[in-house]
Design a protein around this ligand. Structure first.
Ligand SMILES: [Zn+2]
Ligand SMILES: [Zn+2]
Length: 147
């Protein structure tokens, strides 16, 4: 994590999004970080994920479920009896910032890479080597013999 440019690089397309400027991953940056495995992926590679995350319904859900998000939205220290207030259309304004906080890191169960929505070639290789009970070196040796 020493190089900030690496920090903002998508594992799938190797592209960069604006988190080189914001220095923080999340929906506003266009690059997400997986909390558990450290996967990095951009909104362009997982448009459906990004669309779901940034949907008004999802923002409403977070504001309703997360006390801090509710406080942030309403700009109050204490929720008191207002907790039942239903966040209206206005919520979308602060919603972007709330989302950025909420999805600074994505839990593994929500990470499209952990969920194998896209599988990298090196992961396929690793899987096949294990399945065939062989190693990279053995495969290379075998290929040389057969040439
Ligand atoms: Zn990407
Ligand atoms: Zn992941």
């Amino acid at each position: 994590m020493s190089d900030s440019s690496d920090y903002c690089k998508c594992d799938v397309c190797k592209g960069y999004e604006i988190c080189t400027i914001t220095q923080s991953t999340g929906p506003l940056s266009g690059i997400y970080t997986c909390f558990d495995e450290g996967h990095k992926f951009c909104k362009n590679c997982f448009p459906e994920f990004h669309k779901r995350i940034t949907s008004a319904d999802n923002i409403r859900r977070i504001v309703k479920e997360e006390k801090w998000a509710y406080q942030y939205y309403h700009d109050v220290d204490d929720i008191g009896s207002n907790i039942d207030d239903d966040p209206d259309e206005e919520v979308i304004g602060k919603g972007e910032e709330i989302l950025q906080e909420y999805y600074a890191e994505v839990p593994s169960k929500e990470c499209p890479m952990c969920q194998k929505k896209i599988v990298r070639d090196d992961e396929i290789l690793e899987y096949l080597l294990k399945k065939l009970k062989t190693t990279r070196a053995k495969v290379i040796k075998e290929m040389r013999v057969h040439e």
